[in-house]
Design a protein around this ligand. Structure first.
Ligand code: 5HY
Length: 243
């Protein structure tokens, strides 16, 4: 099977890091295609960045069909619903994947994300997914996304500090890392703090493989029905105008 893993920002080093993490856990025979759009924000921090990254993300998904499932590797599950309209292949957001797994491994978990401006979108997603009551708190480490690409930054130590506070103050039984750029920190943080620390990238790979193996596809009824292109608009390549 082939999994299309899309980093919706345009930072190639982060795309490579995400691809490497996905390949580390992918089953034999699973091919990981890690890509990012050619245009858009270098990092996604909050509503505005999320909005301006959408066109590039949907273009990547709509412009090809050589995949068995799609993983959106941005923690606020950028464009997840719109993407599910463009393909019947399973589309998984790393936020949603990590939340559901954390809820199966703990009574209560906390999220540690980047900047404060990223917190509301994550909280809204938790509510939308019906998991707000299982999340004690969404914490901001106040580390900009691109600092996670700097090996000299003290990001890991500062995130570790926030994890320790979540255990103490939130009584968190598990931690969800709130950025794809933190994918390489999960194992060390889990060992250092003695609790499950979930990285959405690898959680999404495991879920995507399971769905493909079960032959599952996104429903084409209702909200995820294929888009009805207005008759005057050019129909994208490989797409038939909806009836
Ligand atoms: C992410 N931004 O996973 C989110 C994290 C955030 O560029 N990749 C990004 O801060 O919302």
């Amino acid at each position: 099977m082939r999994l299309l893993v899309i980093n919706p920002n345009t930072t190639a080093t982060m795309t490579e890091k995400i691809g490497a993490a996905a390949r580390r856990v992918a089953a034999p025979g699973t091919e990981i295609l890690a890509v990012n759009p050619g245009s858009g924000p270098a990092s996604i921090e909050g509503y505005y960045d999320e909005a301006i990254s959408l066109a590039g993300l949907l273009e990547v998904i709509g412009g090809r069909s050589d995949y068995d499932a799609v993983i959106i590797a941005c923690f606020d599950d950028t464009g997840l619903d719109a993407a599910r309209c463009l393909t019947d292949k399973p589309v998984i957001g790393i936020g949603e994947a990590a939340f559901h797994m954390a809820a199966m491994l703990s009574n209560s978990f906390s999220v540690v994300t980047t900047l404060g401006r990223s917190v509301p979108a994550i909280s809204h997603n938790l509510a939308r997914y019906g998991l707000a009551t299982r999340c004690a708190r969404v914490r901001a480490s106040e580390i900009p996304v691109l600092d996670l690409e700097d090996p000299l930054s003290d990001a890991c130590a500062r995130i570790g500090h926030e994890v320790a506070r979540a255990i103490l103050e939130d009584r968190a039984e598990a931690i969800v890392l709130g950025c794809a750029g933190m994918t390489d920190l999960a194992r060390a943080l889990s060992q250092a703090h003695g609790l499950p620390v979930l990285d959405g990238v690898v959680c999404a790979v495991a879920l995507a493989e399971g769905m493909v193996r079960l032959g599952l596809a996104t429903s084409r009824l209702g909200g995820y029905a294929p888009p009805r292109f207005d008759k005057s608009a050019p129909v994208p390549p490989g797409r038939e105008p909806a009836p």
